[in-house]
Design a protein around this ligand. Sequence first.
Ligand code: ADP
Length: 448
Amino acid sequence: MFEKVLIANRGEIALRIHRACKEMGIATVAVHSTADSSAMHVRLADESVCLGPPAAKDSYLNVAALIAAAEITGADAIHPGYGFLSENARFAEIVAAHDITFIGPKAAHIDVMGDKITAKETMGKAGIPLVPGSPGGVDTTEQAHKVAKEFGFPVLIKASSGGGGRGMKLARDASELDNAFNNARSESKAAFGDDTVYIEKYLEIPRHIEIQIAADSHGNVVHFGERDCSLQRRNQKVLEEALSPVLTQKEREKIGEVTRAAIEKLGYLGLGTIEYLYENGEFYFIEMNTRLQVEHPITEQVTDFDLVREQIRIAAGEKLSIKQEDIAFRGHSIECRINAEDWQTFTPSPGTITDFHAPGGPGVRFDSAVYDGYRIPPYYDSMIGKLIVFAEDRPTCIARLRRALSETVLTGVKTTVPLFQRLIEDPEFQAGDYNIHWLEHWLESQSS
Ligand code: ADP
């Protein structure tokens, strides 16, 4: 096992990784920018190293500074968390070249999943169900029309290098196709320096359902069931649930096994999430995230299993500590991403938290790195905490979430707490009756 892990991240996820390390008897090294000198992850870690100025490119994305920090402190592994360098294959390679273990997948798998056309092709071959569409890139509008005719409108033009919903354009009929195609290409070129696009059938009212997997270096792979992340705004997840309120146990077992078997075929290593759109009882692959995810705690709650500890064990070459038949699901869990933002306009609200009290009590977990008097820097994303609630069933979980939200004290900045307080009272939410577009409509109805 590792003796010392450098955590190449900040905020709540740096704390989450620190906590797993401490429980495993591993020393931790925090890294930080000058804006984060008094951050909680720095205070709790055994050692800390300042990487540079506030801008992420000069600090948390500064590969040379990170490697130097690991070498100076004698860390034998680096955990990238999520975001920043977590899905950067070059970084994984550079870490390995310095005889330091990258706590994550092989660089080759990060590369494959980073390019959407290659990812789709690879996953299709491994037996994962795909959204119908062009088999590869589409170069001309003539070709686009041919593909759209074959699969039927509406279609989505998607950037192969895409991310965060950029380079993605909808064409409802043939008259919209030329524009959508050209716009997707130019947006992708501008954002990613690559104008390769492909075409998919547009699913009208899908849910976003993702499967958590873990694979060790001995060929063992397990899945931990699904998370339903359909409640999104501009492709950003807002609230997640495990398990999904709509899947039957039969569907769960089937897609879990299909996913598990495909990951085994790939020879993948580490934690991963396979994201699907789910409509009319069918699953369609959209992408694979080759890292620990923000919403991993709800899976931890319903499986009573520490995913971060397992991720570290796997990276150290150990065998999976659990077999598929031992993974059982209990109760229900919901996560709310609490951001320092105006809940209606989503304008970021950096500033100082003047009064803070975390919710607690039975079944309540608050993953956060904020404290009384903490000044939220304007340089990074606005998530300041994750409220994770667990209970024996979904109605009890919602009641507990209501109670936990009412206990939460976070003053001095605007937060998205009021959004969740309203959202959980909506009858459709309570019925679990929503799809990936539902939240945007709901938000519109709130402002009118
Ligand atoms: P990105 O990496 O840019 O976020 P994804 O492929 O993960 O792109 O898609 C982001 C979101 O766009 C999905 O969560 C879904 O809401 C929507 N989306 C993607 N593909 C389709 C599709 N074929 N039909 C309908 N919606 C889609």
